[in-house]
Design a protein. Structure first.
Length: 239
């Protein structure tokens, strides 16, 4: 911002919710309702009107007393979802196990809340639970000899794998539903059509073979394999 300019939408963490005489509605209830709407309807269905309707006889404007803006609501939702990730008080004796456990817990959270991986890239990680999670990762890595700057880079690489996988899984599931590929018969028909195209090309023997007998690890197993690759790379740097 230039000199003299002010931030029109300060971070929600610096703003207090408006006090009312009857605290029937509060910030926590608004956030919980918004998470429920996003879980069921996705981000496209997340409107202040939909959140208000879920809460009861409230107008959308009533919600702004507690979250100030839709961006503020996003920040609160991200932090509330992050709070579902269990953090130990101190790192354990195995740094890889610490980061692997955190990564798997984070993945389970993003599976419950597919919108998280979409929103987190666009919002500052300023929530208290988000910062505590990052601090835990930095502590694990610094104790293994990384500088704080290096630890931040390595933590970001782990999170890129977690959130990138979550984005891909969510988009694939959305496309499968849209195209009817969540039905086994339609999926088999689609694979058969691809196999015929590959076979007709004549220069794609390996792809044709795989499409004839498609097999491989589950999404969870693929995630674990990728996570091990990332941790192996970090281990080599730490050594």
């Amino acid at each position: 911002m230039g000199e003299g300019e002010t931030n029109e939408f300060p971070l929600i963490w610096t703003q207090q919710q408006t006090q009312t005489r009857r605290r029937v509605l509060d910030r926590e209830k608004v956030v919980a309702a918004a998470i429920g709407v996003a879980d069921e309807a996705g981000l496209d269905g997340l409107t202040m009107k939909a959140v208000a309707a879920r809460l009861g006889p409230y107008s959308p404007m009533a919600l702004y007393r507690h979250v100030h803006s839709k961006e503020g609501l996003f920040d609160l939702m991200l932090d509330a979802a992050t709070a579902e990730i269990s953090l130990p008080g101190e790192p354990g004796g195995d740094w890889r196990d610490d980061l692997r456990t955190l990564a798997l817990e984070t993945r389970r959270m993003t599976s419950r809340h597919p919108w998280f991986a979409v929103l987190v890239h666009a919002r500052p990680p300023a929530g208290p639970h988000m910062m505590r999670r990052l601090e835990f990762m930095l502590t694990v890595l610094v104790r293994q000899g990384a500088t704080v700057g290096e630890a931040m880079t390595y933590a970001a690489l782990v999170d890129r794998h977690i959130l990138g996988s979550a984005l891909q899984d969510s988009e694939e599931a959305r496309q499968e539903r849209r195209q009817g590929l969540d039905d086994d018969a339609r999926l088999y028909a689609a694979i058969s059509a691809l196999r015929e195209l590959a076979a007709a090309d004549g220069g794609l023997p390996h792809l044709t073979e795989w499409l004839t007998h498609p097999a491989g690890p589950t999404p969870e197993e693929r995630f674990a394999i990728g996570l091990d690759f990332v941790l192996d790379g970090i281990a080599a740097r730490l050594a």
